[in-house]
Design a protein around this ligand. Sequence first.
Ligand SMILES: Cc1cc2nc3c(=O)[nH]c(=O)nc-3n(C[C@H](O)[C@H](O)[C@H](O)COP(=O)(O)OP(=O)(O)OC[C@H]3O[C@@H](n4cnc5c(N)ncnc54)[C@H](O)[C@@H]3O)c2cc1C
Length: 1002
Amino acid sequence: MTSDPAPVPPFSAPYAPDDRAIAARLLKTAGLGAEREARIDRTAGRLIEAIRSSDDRLGGVEDMLREFALSTKEGLALMVLAEALLRVPDARTADQFIEDKLGEGDFVHHETKSSAFLVNASAWALGMSARVIRPGETPQGTIGRLAKRLGAPAVRAATRQAMRLMGSHFVLGETIEQALARAHSTGGPRYSFDMLGEGARTALDAARYFDSYASAIDAIGRAADERPLPDRPGISVKLSALHPRFEATGHGRVMAELVPRLIELARQAKAYDLNFTVDAEEADRLELSLDVIVAVLGDASLAGWDGFGLAIQAYQKRASDVIDYIDNLARALNRRLMVRLVKGAYWDTEIKRAQERGLDGYPVFTRKAMTDLNYVDCARKLLGLRPRIFPQFATHNALTVATVLELAGGKDSGFEFQRLHGMGEALYAQLSEDRPKLAYRTYAPVGSHRDLLAYLVRRLLENGANSSFVALAADDAVPVTTLLRRPADVIGRPDDANHPNIPLPRELFMPQRKNSRGIEFGERMALRALVSAIATEAVPVSNGVAGATAEPVNAAVAAARQGFVAWSATPAEARASALDKAAELLEDRRAHFIAFLQREGGKTLDDALSEVREAADFCRYYAAGGRKLFGAGEALPGPTGESNVLRLRGRGVFVAISPWNFPLAIFLGQVTAALMAGNSVVAKPAEQTPLIAAETVGLLHEAGIPEAALHLVQGDGRIGAALVAHADIAGVVFTGSTEVARSINRTLAAKDGPIVPLIAETGGINAMIADATALPEQVADDVVTSAFRSAGQRCSALRLLFVQDDVADRMIEMIAGAARELKLGDPVDPATHVGPVIDSEAKQKLDAHIARMNQQARVHFAGVAPDGNYVAPHIFELSDASELTEEVFGPILHVARYEADRLDRVLQSIEATGYGLTLGIHSRIDDSVEAIVDAVQVGNIYVNRNMIGAVVGVQPFGGHGLSGTGPKAGGPHYLPRFATEQTVTVNTAAAGGNAALMSGEE
Ligand SMILES: Cc1cc2nc3c(=O)[nH]c(=O)nc-3n(C[C@H](O)[C@H](O)[C@H](O)COP(=O)(O)OP(=O)(O)OC[C@H]3O[C@@H](n4cnc5c(N)ncnc54)[C@H](O)[C@@H]3O)c2cc1C
C-alpha cells in the first residue's frame, strides 16, 4: 500500500442537512431565462415525442412496466418471481413458488397492449402458466388435472423461459467475451461494463469478484481499439463487491485490505488506458468510499492516467460538496478525473435506514423534484470544472438531458451521456441522430441471469415508481407539459422542499411520541464525537453486590408501600411527564450510559447505542400509553341518571427483576411501565450489572420520580427470592430464565393473602427457516446478525437454523464465510462485532456445549476467541433438530437440513421445543410464510429480515409457552397488566331527581 501522505484531508460535510436551506440555494439559480427555457422545451419535447412514437418505446423495461405496472398485483408478483425463480434449484419449490406468484394476479385476462416481443413472450408464458394453475388452486385441484396433463415441468419451463428472456434483454452477455462481441456487433460507441452480483459477504466472494474484474479489464483492454480517452471503453466496480465488510466502523481494515486491491485493478485499467469508474453505493458508505478513492488515486503509479472515475448521486444532499472535494483532489494530484453524475439507485433503502436509525434528517432528498433540481445544479458545476473533470451524465430523463445540453452552451463535446443497457434506447437514438457529435456510453451489465435478477428488480422498482420519468413518459395519459414541468416550479418555495407525507426520522411516531435519537456510524464526525465523549466518561469498578440479608428487602418494601400512596395519587400526566423527561436525560447523556454498558455489560458500540435508544423508547411509549389509560377514565354507557366510569390504577408495590443482557433497557422498561401504572417499585437488577442499574435509578429520580416511589435493591438471586416471597408486594415483573420464572411462580402461589400477577419473559430455542427461494446473501446477513450479534446473548437470538436441503451447502458456506469476517474483541473498539460473554461462568457453560457439539455434530465453523471471557462464533450441523434440548445463551448456531416436502416436520420440531419466542422465515413464497405463521405459536415472527432488535411499539416483544406469560413488553397490552381496575358508578339523580333528563329538549 502507498505510504504517500493523503493529498487532501478527509471529506466532511453535514450528513443530513435541512432541505429548505438547500432548496433556497438551488431555487435561486434554477431559472435560465425565457429563451433558454424555450430551447429546453423544444429539445425535451422532441425527445419525448421520439420516445412515444417509437415502437419499442424506451426499451424493454418500459414495456414491461406498462404491461405489468408495479401498482398491479401482476406487476409485483412478476417482480418477486423474477427476483427469485432462477435461483431455485428444486422443481417442487419452483412449482410452489410459481403457483404462489401466479395466484396473486390475473395473468390470464391480461391483454397485451404492446407489440414488443419481450413483453409478449413473458406475458404469453405467464398467461399460459396462469391458465394451468389458477389463482387459489393447487396442482392437486380440479384444474390441476390440466397441469398434470400438461405437466408442471412444462409450466415451470415456460415461466423460466420468460424470466430468461427478460434477463437477456438487460444483460449484455453472460460472460465478458459474449458481452464484448455483442457490443462490437452493435457498433455502439462507448461501453462501461459492469460485472453483476450482490456485494461480497465472504473473503471468497471478494476474491472471486476481484478475479472477475481483473479478467474483465484484460478482456476489455485487449478488445479496445486505438481511440484515446474519453472515447474508450470502461469498467464499473463496486467497492462492496471487493470487501466482505465494507463498513465505516471497520475503517482501518477496509483501508488496509481494499486499497491495495483497488490499486491493482486501477493499474491494470491504466495499462489499457480504460475508463475505470467506482460506482456510488449507500450514503453511509460515501465517506469511506472517498477515503478509499483518495488513497488509491494518491498512488504514484497511477499518475498520468485520465481514466479514473467515480459516480456521484444527486439525490444525496452532499453531492455538491463531493464534487468540490473531487475537484480539489484532482488539483492536488494534478490529474484529470471522470465523474458520472447519477440521481441514485437506493432511495427507498436510504429513507428506511434513516428512520430506523432515528437520524435528525435524511441524507437524501424526499421530493423527486429536489433530486432533479440538485442534479441540474451539480451538472452546471461539473461542466464548469472541465477539463480537469470529465462529466458523464447518466440519466434517462429527457428534460434532464435537455437541461444539461442547454447548460453545456450548445457545445457537444467535453462531456458524455450515459444510459443503462436495455433502457433509454429511443431517447439516445434520437439524440444521436439530432446531434451526431454528442457522445454517450452504455452501462452494460455482464453476468449470469441468476445474478442479473436482483439488478433487474432494482431497475424495475426504481423506474416503475410513478414519480419516475420513464414510467411517466411511457404513459400516454400523461401530457407532455407535465413531463416538461421544471423541478423548480414543482418545488415552488423552500418551505415545500420536504415531502409532505414522509415524516422526519425522529417524527416517525408522532403525534404519539418522538422516535429515539440515533446516529449514523457512516458519518465520521458523528461517530468520532460519540466515541470521544464515551472515552471521557469515568466508569467506577464494580465492587460486586452486597450479600443476601433480608433487611434491605424489608426496608425497601416498607418504604415502597408508603411511597405508593402519594405516587398512585399523582396525576397520570405528571407521571408521564417524568418519564418523558427521563427519555430526554437519557439521550442527553447517552455517552455516559454507553460507557457503562460497554464497560460493565461488555456491549459493542452498536449494541450499546441501540440499548440507550430502546430505553428512551420505553419511557416515551409508556408515557404516551399511560396518558391515555390512566387519565380521566373511560365513561361507560348506562341508564340515565347515573354515571359509570372505568378507571385503571396502581396495584401497590411491584417487584421488578431484570437480567444482565439488557441492563438498561429491560431494567428501565419494567420499572417505567410499573411506575406509569401508578405502582411504587422495588427494582432488583442482575448482580452482574449493578452500576448501570444504580445510574438508571438516579436518572429516574432526577427526572421527577420520587425516591419514595422507586427503590433499588442490589443482590443476587437470594435477594430476588426474598422480594418475591414478601407478603406486601402486589405484583412481580421478571425477565430471565424459565427455571427462575417457575420458581417465582411457585413462591407466589405458596403465599397466603392476595394472588398477585406475575409478568414473566423468559428464553427460547429460536429457529429460522430458510427455503430455496430465499436470497443467500440476505440469509447470510440476517443469520450472522441474529445468531452472533451481542455474542448471542439476546433472548431473541437465533439458535437453530433450518435450511432447505437443496440449497443448504451453498447457504451454510456463505454463512460460515460471513461469520469468519466478524471481529471479536474489546467492545469499546467501534470495529468490534462480537464482544465478550458476561462472565467466566457463562463462558465455561458455553465452552462445555461447544466441546459436546464438537463430538456430536458436524462443525461448519469454529472461530478463534481471544483470551478473556470470549466465546467465538460456532456453527454446528445437527443430524436432527431434537438434539438441541436447551437454550444455549451464546454465539453458537445450530443448523438442521430439511427436505422441501417435510416442512411440517420442521414446524413440529419447533413446537416440540415448548418455547415460542422468536422465529425467522426467509422465503419468497407467501403461502408458505402464511402457513408457517398460522401453524406456530411464536410471539415474534420476522419474515425476510433478521430476528433480533424488536423496536418498542413497533414489534412488541414477548413469547408463549416456556418463553413467558405475556403481555408483550413495548406493546399496547403491557401497561394494563400492571394495573387494577375500578368502576365508579354515581347516581346523579340522587339529590332529588334527574334534572338533565327532565330538561332535555325534543
Ligand atoms: C449509466 C448509469 C450508471 C449508473 N450508476 C449508478 C451508480 O453508480 N450508483 C447509483 O446509485 N445509481 C446509478 N445509476 C442509477 C441511477 O441512479 C438511476 O438510473 C437514476 O436514478 C434514474 O434517473 P433518471 O434521471 O433516469 O430518472 P428520473 O425518473 O428523472 O429520476 C429518478 C430519480 O429520482 C429519485 N427519486 C424518486 N423519488 C424521489 C423522492 N421522493 N425524493 C428524492 N428523490 C427521489 C430516484 O431515487 C432516482 O434517483 C446509474 C444509472 C445509469 C444510467
